[in-house]
Design a protein around this ligand. Structure first.
Ligand SMILES: [Ca+2]
Ligand SMILES: [Ca+2]
Ligand SMILES: [Ca+2]
Ligand SMILES: [Ca+2]
Length: 377
């Protein structure tokens, strides 16, 4: 066999090997080298391989062919190409050899599940995040190749419709996009399952979970609630008398929901804090109905958010009159000069007394010789 002939034969054999590689018989992939040989004329050795061995197959007429036999399953993901060297040795002296390189390319099978980089994605997002913003990007890899590793991301089939109206998945990139505003006050945590599915046959899928913690933003104005209607107050009410019960409410959390009430203007009233966000509006100074018969008390509620929000409420308080002003005469004393022998019943002198609000108040004291006649002013 000339060197040229050997080369041609080996070249042909290489292609033959290539096409026969995936023929599986009894669980073994066999690879036949078709040149029929007389026993002892040529022997073969194969370079060391974990997966392949060489066996001589007996044909009829004392003829043999070398077979490349697969000894253990191939795994493309561990080794996609096996480079073997087949050596043929003749029986001469000295021994002559010829070699052929056998390259075995392992075709992919969809035997790998997509695997997410993290099984749980934990993210925090402020509730005022803009619609259209990307909240998180989940990412999975698939050890296969081609369509067996092409991934499509989806929310799990069991995802509630309410969540699907808030979040959208970009099936190609794995980006989770905010569709509609979040609301911390309605839901401060969102949990959603995500699937990555390859396009192999049969398809395989991997899973992960995404937990979105919604961060509170100060988006609720504090409210002032009258727990009890303000009752009219006597003008002689002592300091500390309760006029109304007031509470404050803010739907936000933490400092965003921490409310402080205070009176905006000077008045003879003050707010006394009681238990959590409850206040009593009490008197804090002397009242005088004759000076002020009604007070419009403005209360401001301010939360501790940043920036803080506030609201106002005006409460009208009526002052009840108390008889705290004695009537007074125009003069402290009156000197009346009378002639003796006056006619009984004749008017001698007119005096008047009135209160601070101008009401006439008359009283009479009878003496031996005089009486007071009351007449309209
Ligand atoms: Ca594979
Ligand atoms: Ca796969
Ligand atoms: Ca909020
Ligand atoms: Ca608030």
């Amino acid at each position: 066999m000339t060197k040229r002939m050997r080369y041609r034969d080996w070249k042909w054999l290489w292609w033959y090997h290539f096409f026969l590689l995936l023929i599986t018989v009894n669980g073994q992939t066999r690879y036949s080298i078709p040149e029929e040989l007389k026993r002892g004329s040529v022997s073969y050795t194969l370079s060391k391989s974990e997966c392949f061995t060489l066996k001589m197959k007996e044909l009829s007429g004392d003829r043999y062919v070398p077979e490349l036999v697969l000894e253990k399953p191939l795994d493309r993901e561990k080794q996609s190409v096996h480079q073997l060297l087949l050596t043929a040795l003749d029986g001469g002296s000295p021994v002559k050899t010829g070699t052929s390189s056998i390259i075995v390319t392992v075709l992919d099978n969809n035997d790998n599940v997509p695997v997410f980089k993290r099984t749980l994605y934990n993210i925090s997002v402020p509730e005022n995040s803009a619609s259209g913003s990307v909240l998180v990007r989940v990412e999975a890899t698939d050890a296969d190749e081609g369509v067996n590793a092409e991934l499509e991301y989806r929310f799990a089939d069991s995802t509630p419709q309410a969540l699907l109206s808030i979040l959208r998945m970009n099936s190609d990139t794995g980006e989770i996009i905010l569709l509609n505003p979040l609301d911390y006050e309605s839901s401060n945590k969102i949990e959603i399952s995500v699937t990555a599915k390859d396009r192999g046959v049969p398809e395989m899928e991997g899973h992960c979970r995404v937990q979105i913690i919604v961060i509170d933003v100060n988006d609720n104005v504090p409210e002032i609630i009258l727990t009890s209607k303000p009752s009219p107050v006597r003008e002689d009410a002592p300091k500390g008398a309760v006029v109304a019960l007031i509470s404050a409410r803010d739907l936000d959390s933490g400092n965003n929901g921490k409310v402080m009430l205070q009176l905006t203007n000077e008045s003879p009233f003050t707010l006394k804090p009681s238990f959590s966000n409850n206040y009593a509006l009490i008197t804090n100074g002397a009242l005088d109905r004759e000076t002020n018969s009604e007070y419009n008390v403005e209360i401001t509620a301010t939360d501790s958010g940043s920036p803080s929000l506030s609201s106002k409420k005006t409460i009208c308080i009526s002052i009840i009159d108390v008889n705290d002003n004695p009537p007074f005469f125009n003069q402290l004393s009156y000197n009346v000069y009378l002639k003796e022998n006056g006619v009984a019943g004749s008017i001698l002198y007119s005096v008047s007394a009135k209160t601070l609000i101008g009401q006439w108040v008359l009283s009479a004291e009878f003496l031996n010789c005089f009486r007071v006649q009351i007449s309209a002013p």
